[in-house]
Write a protein of this length. Sequence first.
Length: 68
Amino acid sequence: MKQTFTARVWQEDDWFIAQCAQVDVASQGRSEEEALSNLREALELYFEPPTATILPKVASVEVEVGAA
């Protein structure tokens, strides 16, 4: 499935910064094209489903909650 996102691109010194407007993901590159390509890759990794290598433990935590 493909989805379109909006990117903001600006230059800081020798680097171009590309930031996604909808998701808190950004990247950089030496050119605007490279920054956008790197942002595309970063977004693909961001939306890639996680794969657990170690199963997490599930625990209960009891705390005292009351008026101070």
